[in-house]
Design a protein around this ligand. Structure first.
Ligand SMILES: Cc1ncc(COP(=O)(O)O)c(C=O)c1O
Length: 394
């Protein structure tokens, strides 16, 4: 049977990591992989996570299965974190999932189960795994314009024009905040316009939120999500704790299915649990328990929020320093967008040949679409990167 298998295409980011590892140059800089790194280049375990793990170690007396939806306390805590109180709890079905990827996968499966002819409209560009999972599941995808390569902001007119091709029942996938890979985000007025279009045309909103707290603040980053969740009839939200709790390998995510008709919630909940059962039975518990422990304890929550805020501010600082240095070296304001973007990534909008030149001539590694991980920078590497960007002529 194995002879029928074809080689899968190499994952571009993993291939980049390997090339970086094999590069003998001392001055090489890794701006490719999408994990947060501090000034020492370390992806730390957050203080509150360590404390919660210790508490769990001391008090946990069983590792018997939880429920198919995970621990309800985790769903409650995450719903509070993401939505506050804008949607009554009785209108939300939720399950724990293995990371944000698991949440997206389950959301797509639910869409296919509920409406096999639904198409999913995704931003161009988007996180590549969205497209890859949708293709794998045989769900038709339609790209909508998103990134304006001149201004490096959102091409909102193009986006709205393309979304007008969506028909009743089609799904519009939006990034909750900190758009990956561009760093360019909708403002609240634009969110409202998208919501109006969704409601006028009978579309379904799906939001992927993987960087809450990395953009404008923990609450601020949910403004668009909350507006959507409280204004549309049906909405799916896939959330990841990988970045904002730094629990990447624990695989901690949540899928919410929101309905304006509370009479549907029980059936939705049953279907989400069913999907968990089919794919992996019980979702992972450790990361979810850590997150719940933190969010439900005042002291741990405050400490986590402080550390997350330090991380957010350090990334904003790096953005500003890079934009300033580029302004100084190039004598132009054309790199101001780097300070305007939010989250861990910025798309430079450079041609692949120039990205390759940065790697070959300067040992600077970023994804081929010119996405750079801001958290991969520090005070020492910013001038090196800025010099290289100007030298290769971006
Ligand atoms: C936009 C987006 N969604 C979802 C994820 C999923 O993250 P994870 O499965 O590691 O929680 C990521 C991670 O890179 C992402 O960038």
């Amino acid at each position: 049977m194995y002879e029928h298998l074809k080689q899968q295409p190499a994952d571009k980011i993993l291939a980049l990591i390997q090339m970086y590892g094999e590069d003998p140059r001392d001055q090489k800089i890794d701006l490719g992989v999408g994990v947060y790194k501090n000034a020492e280049g370390v992806t730390p375990v957050m203080r509150a996570v360590k404390a919660a793990e210790q508490r769990i170690w001391e008090t946990q007396d069983s590792k018997a299965y939880t429920g198919l939806a995970g621990d309800p306390a985790y769903s409650d805590a995450m719903i509070g974190l993401i939505l506050g109180t804008v949607v009554p709890r009785g209108n939300i079905a939720a399950v724990a999932t293995p990371g944000g990827t698991g949440a997206c996968r389950q959301a797509f499966e639910l869409i296919r189960m509920a409406n096999p002819s639904a198409r999913v409209f995704v931003s161009n560009p988007t996180w590549p795994n969205h497209l890859s999972i949708l293709n794998y599941l045989g769900i038709e995808t339609v790209l909508y314009r998103y990134f304006d390569s001149e201004s490096r902001g959102v091409d909102f007119d193009g986006m709205m024009e393309d979304l007008k091709a969506a028909q009743a029942g089609d799904v519009v996938l939006l990034h909750g905040c900190c758009h990956n890979p561009t760093g360019a985000n909708l403002n609240l007025v634009q969110w409202q316009e998208v919501i109006n279009l969704i409601n006028e045309r009978g579309l379904i909103a799906m939001i992927d939120i993987a960087y809450q707290g990395f953009g404008d603040g923990l609450e601020e980053d949910t403004q668009g999500v909350r507006l959507v969740a409280s204004s549309v009839k049906e909405c799916l939200i896939a959330a990841s704790c990988s970045k904002n709790f730094g629990v990447y390998r624990e695989r901690t995510g949540l899928l919410m299915a929101i309905t304006a008709d509370a009479g549907q919630t029980a059936v939705l909940q049953g279907n989400l649990a069913f999907l968990n059962r089919q794919n992996y039975s019980f979702p992972p518990d450790h990361g979810a328990r850590v997150v719940t422990t933190i969010l439900t304890d005042d002291a741990l929550r405050a400490d986590w929020m402080n550390e997350l805020e330090e991380i957010r501010l350090s990334m904003l600082g790096l953005r500003q320093q890079l934009a300033d240095e580029l302004q100084r070296l190039s004598g132009s304001d054309r790199f101001g967008f780097i300070a305007e973007h939010r989250g861990m990534f910025s798309r430079l909008g450079a041609a692949p040949e120039l990205v390759e030149k940065l790697r070959a001539d300067h040992g600077i590694y970023m994804v081929g679409d010119s996405r750079l991980n801001i958290a991969g920078l520090n005070a020492k590497t910013i001038p090196i990167l800025a010099n290289a960007i100007v030298e290769v002529g971006i």
